[in-house]
Write a protein that binds this ligand. Sequence first.
Ligand SMILES: *Cc1c(COP(=O)(O)O)cnc(C)c1O
Length: 373
Amino acid sequence: MSKLDELYERLGVRKGISAAGSTTMYGGSKLRSEVTEIMIEASTVMLDMDELNKAAGKMIGELTGAESGLVTSGSAGGLLLQACAVIAGDDPKKMSQLPDTEGMNNEIIIQRSQRFPYDQCYRAAGAKFVEIGDGKRCHEWQLEAAFSDKTAAVAYLFSPGTSKLALPLDRVCEIAHERGVPVIVDAASMLPPRENLSKYHKMGADLVIHSGGKGIRGPQGTGLLSGKKNLIDAAFANASPHQFLGRSAKVAKEEIVGILTALHNFVNEDEKAEMDVFKKRSQKVVDAFSETPGLDVELKHDKTDYLTPNASIFFNEEWEGPSAKDVMQRMRTGDKPVFISNLIHPDEIIFDPLNVSDDEVDEVITIIRESMN
Ligand SMILES: *Cc1c(COP(=O)(O)O)cnc(C)c1O
């Protein structure tokens, strides 16, 4: 028995399988082995963190097509720093006053359809939301009418399942930039496809956050902030190891080295080959359930909701067994829990192959089948 198995047994923690993509609740993603290796080496090398952070930022800028970048503590930590940067800039007096934003431009405009649980990270820096639109769609005049002399930024979210009737990012950027206001983007879970690393910058975004521990499979606790140099410099000023609000979202030296390695390798990989692997694993699940009455099973892959090939199992009106929710619940109760999710529709379960090895696909199929009885 390995040391880890011994420890988990002593703790009573079960080892499972995550067919739920990069969901943080189930462990995020499996770390790349080359990343683990370089992190071990980096963990005992002492250095100047500013020097490392600035060099990392330069590399992130090059690989994302942005002016500069910064490694953050997850995307959530990156959102906090986005807000710090647009509200306090790099002014030490303002930075030290956060999250009290009295006397500062502290309003962040956000479309109601793009409110999301993580936007609390913006409020943690003292931002006040100005919400626009009706929760589904939003008109340009509503955005135009929302600016005031206290506007700090416009926030924009890309995430599977988000309203497709929201104002498009390029128009939001044009309207905001006419008023000298930056646009800050959360695209935490939008990788792969790799084109999304630079896509939002091309559309005009000023700051973009991507998670390092999701599709890139870097350290689970990292995020990649990229964007305009002046705003990245401001985020850097507010960030750990500096003693301002961002100090609460520390990033360790070995994590920085780890995410740079993961990003470099991710960018240089053959995406088509990766998608073919995902497709093959997903197709196996589709084939296993395609004849089951009451289920519509389909391989899904698109640019908004199913970013990589996934197997969608939809429980239709003829289904007579337990609900999708009950099936998901049963799947995680065994000695070896299998985690699976349904971000898009309540009557669907989605098999995401990202963190399922070829060997584990059959185990997942067996557990799904047992949980449907
Ligand atoms: C996952 C996610 C986050 C948080 O990312 P972490 O890297 O886990 O901190 C923020 N926003 C969205 C839309 C996400 O999907």
